[in-house]
Design a protein around this ligand. Structure first.
Ligand SMILES: NC(=O)c1ccc[n+]([C@@H]2O[C@H](COP(=O)([O-])OP(=O)(O)OC[C@H]3O[C@@H](n4cnc5c(N)ncnc54)[C@H](OP(=O)(O)O)[C@@H]3O)[C@@H](O)[C@H]2O)c1
Length: 292
């Protein structure tokens, strides 16, 4: 059972898990705010595995809609986990770098203390904790800065702005790993094949991001650079040199974001032998498939 098939990660997963008997669910088929619908759906499907990327992902809007964000990101995963446990299903759940406050100097490891600063981050951490408290076999995959050729994201926003304007100002004091949903989906394919959900030592939280580190500014420059290298059309008004640095405090938003979103992926490699490619490689792959 796969939720959120219209989302960036859900859409990419539906594309690579074709050899399994996947029941993909959109919001129309399963509204996560309806707990009895979740219970009924899991009982009807009786899956071996639930993969749950669907979430309330509007980080700023969550500040004014905390109840809805918590219903989707904390209560729904709890109900999914409870029903999964009843039918003997394992669970792969997605979480976020926003569970950390971003004040650490080096990449976060899975045992670092969570300290979310936004409603979204708090709701996602509550979802993780709810799954832990149910106690079924699970993988909680924390990822960061997700983008894709499908859906709305930073990549699409930068290219739209670069078509419209000669100069862009992009935040240069937040650092992380841009992660393509395509890279996540390929990694997950191997995880699904290798994970022995009966093996208690494999259950737990993992960081899953593309390799390396940059700022939003560095990411924007690489997006525009790659667009030029591939000779894509329409031609952009902005170029790499006209993407200027700005700071987070110049850019007002409802939610605060971590300054350091870098996640250490060694645990994933150590347990499953899976390491995602560099963020630049992930970007190149997505740009080649991008239709605008
Ligand atoms: N995007 C990021 O930068 C990022 C970073 C770190 C972690 N994550 C985590 O990664 C996971 C996937 O993110 P994503 O980027 O793929 O998200 P996304 O593109 O925003 O997709 C979210 C999905 O959830 C569905 N959804 C939202 N509310 C729902 C509801 N009430 N009932 C049923 N479905 C609902 C959406 O359906 P509709 O299309 O109908 O709205 C959509 O399919 C999430 O757990 C997120 O927290 C994301």
């Amino acid at each position: 059972m796969l939720t959120g098939v219209s989302g960036q990660i859900g859409h990419a997963l539906a594309g690579v898990l074709g050899e399994f008997n996947v029941v993909g669910l959109s919001r129309n088929e399963l509204d996560l705010s309806d707990q009895s619908a979740i219970r009924r759906t899991v009982q009807e499907i009786k899956p071996d595995l639930i993969i749950h990327p669907a979430a309330y992902t509007a980080v700023d809007k969550a500040e004014s809609e905390p109840e809805l964000a918590c219903a989707i990101n904390a209560d729904a995963p709890r109900v999914i986990a409870e029903e999964a446990a009843k039918v003997g299903s394992a669970l792969i759940h997605f979480s976020t770098d926003y569970v950390y406050d971003g004040k650490k100097e080096t990449p976060y490891i899975e045992t670092d203390t969570e300290k979310p600063t936004s409603v979204y981050g708090k709701s996602k951490l509550a979802g993780e904790q709810a799954i832990l408290s149910v106690g079924l076999p699970h993988l909680i995959l924390r990822t960061s800065w997700v983008y894709s050729a499908h859906g709305s994201n930073f990549l699409k926003t930068v290219l739209r702005l670069a078509r419209e304007k000669e100069q862009l100002n992009i935040v240069a004091d937040q650092f992380g790993a841009p992660t393509s949903s395509r890279s996540i989906a390929h990694a997950l394919y191997y995880l699904v094949k290798q994970w022995d959900s009966e093996e208690a030592s494999q259950t737990g939280v993992y960081h899953v991001t593309n390799n390396g580190r940059t700022s939003w500014h560095g990411f924007a420059q690489e997006i525009v650079n790659e667009y030029f290298v591939l000779g894509k059309k329409p031609v952009l008004k902005a170029n790499v040199d006209s993407i200027l640095e700005t700071t987070s405090d110049q850019y007002t938003s409802a939610a605060t974001r971590p300054a350091n979103s870098c996640l250490n992926n060694d645990k994933l490699e150590g347990v499953f032998g899976v390491r995602l490619p560099s963020w630049q490689h992930g970007l190149q792959e997505v740009m080649q498939h991008l239709q605008i």
